[in-house]
Design a protein around this ligand. Structure first.
Ligand code: G3I
Length: 302
């Protein structure tokens, strides 16, 4: 293939990017988006603060613009994200206990119902585990409602939208030897053994010197897949955009049958949440970088 999306499709995979609604009027941005990508994630527009800014008042304008653009181009959409400790609206940040649990479940139900049947997958729960060596859950107002909040969110999402893949999504879960990776693995294994509805695990894959691409990455992807879930690379960016590393990440996904696809976290370096690291596949002017060619060649078996 001659584009990322067409090349990924040759093995039945997708190649996606994060999209910001306010850039859909930028013709350079949209030109690359429409040419190269077959999957879209809303960078911020489906998060809790965007979709339920006031309790019980739902707001889908920017998210729907992204979904509509994607559909018009024959692209699919990964939903991101229904339950997260971050980017909660003020009203939710101040809640706790059973009131918060009900509000969280209502949010999951309402938003998953709004998009019922329209999305490829949902990141039902994002970033629920702590960094470091504890392997513990991250402390948050959601966690303090009870350890079963994650499975409750997955069950609510399944009830609302039975045909969309339901994912757990996190970062620093790439190195098989890390406690956080093992803790997520144990949760997924437990969910599968008890019939909690989970279909996929997202590996954000924000790599930099502090969290480098690990040599065990392929082992991690294949080990999770062996539990009976799909795996997806959901927010890939690499500080400095080493072509070798981008190529290796791509080959690791291709080597795992249940790795459905790769999403990069933005189009041009200037679109990145950490633009100072120049971590993406296109420069600020929209030119293809060396890392682009490495990914394309890897997708084409090179
Ligand atoms: O839209 C407001 C704008 O109205 C306001 O004037 C401005 C002033 O701060 O803020 C704007 O909101 C910002 C938003 O991005 C949109 O640009 C927020 O402050 C800023 O915090 C937010 O950052 C996002 C970040 O998540 C928040 O957690 C990044 O764009 C987004 O790339 C990033 O994405 C996350 C994934 O969801 C989860 N994994 C990690 C990843 C990177 O942090």
């Amino acid at each position: 293939g001659t584009t990322l999306g067409a090349s990924a499709a040759e093995s039945g995979r997708y190649f996606g990017t994060a999209v910001a609604a306010n850039k859909l009027s930028d013709s350079t941005y949209v030109g690359i988006l429409n040419r190269e990508f077959t999957m879209v994630t809303a960078e911020n527009e489906m998060k809790i603060d965007a979709t339920e800014p006031n309790q019980g008042q739902f707001s889908y304008g920017n998210a729907d613009r992204i979904v509509s653009h994607a559909k018009g181009q024959g692209m699919r959409v990964r939903g991101h994200t229904l339950a997260w400790h971050s980017q909660q609206p003020g009203w939710m940040q101040n809640m706790s206990g059973s009131a918060l649990r009900s509000a969280m479940l209502n949010h999951v139900t309402q938003v998953a119902t709004h998009y019922k049947g329209q999305l490829y997958s949902w990141d039902v729960v994002n970033e629920a585990f702590a960094d470091g060596s504890s392997g513990a859950r991250r402390d948050s107002n959601l966690q303090r409602t009870g350890n079963d909040w994650i499975e409750a969110a997955f069950r609510a999402a399944r009830s609302a939208d039975p045909d969309t893949k339901l994912c757990y999504n996190d970062y620093n879960t790439d190195d098989w030897g890390q406690a956080k990776t093992q803790a997520v693995y144990n949760m997924v294994r437990d969910f599968k053994s008890r019939g909690v509805p989970i279909d996929c695990v997202g590996f954000q894959s924000h790599f930099n010197s502090g969290s480098p691409y690990p040599s065990s990455y392929r082992t991690t992807l294949s080990s999770f897949a062996a539990l009976g879930v799909d795996v997806q690379i959901t927010e890939l960016d690499i500080a400095g955009a080493s072509g070798t590393t981008y190529g290796n990440v791509t080959k690791d996904c291709l080597a795992v049958a249940r790795c459905n696809g790769i999403t990069v976290w933005g189009i041009r370096d200037s679109d990145s949440w950490r633009s100072g690291d120049s971590p993406l596949l296109f420069d600020g002017s929209g030119n293809k970088k060396a890392a682009y060619t490495s990914v394309l060649n890897a997708l084409n078996g090179g």
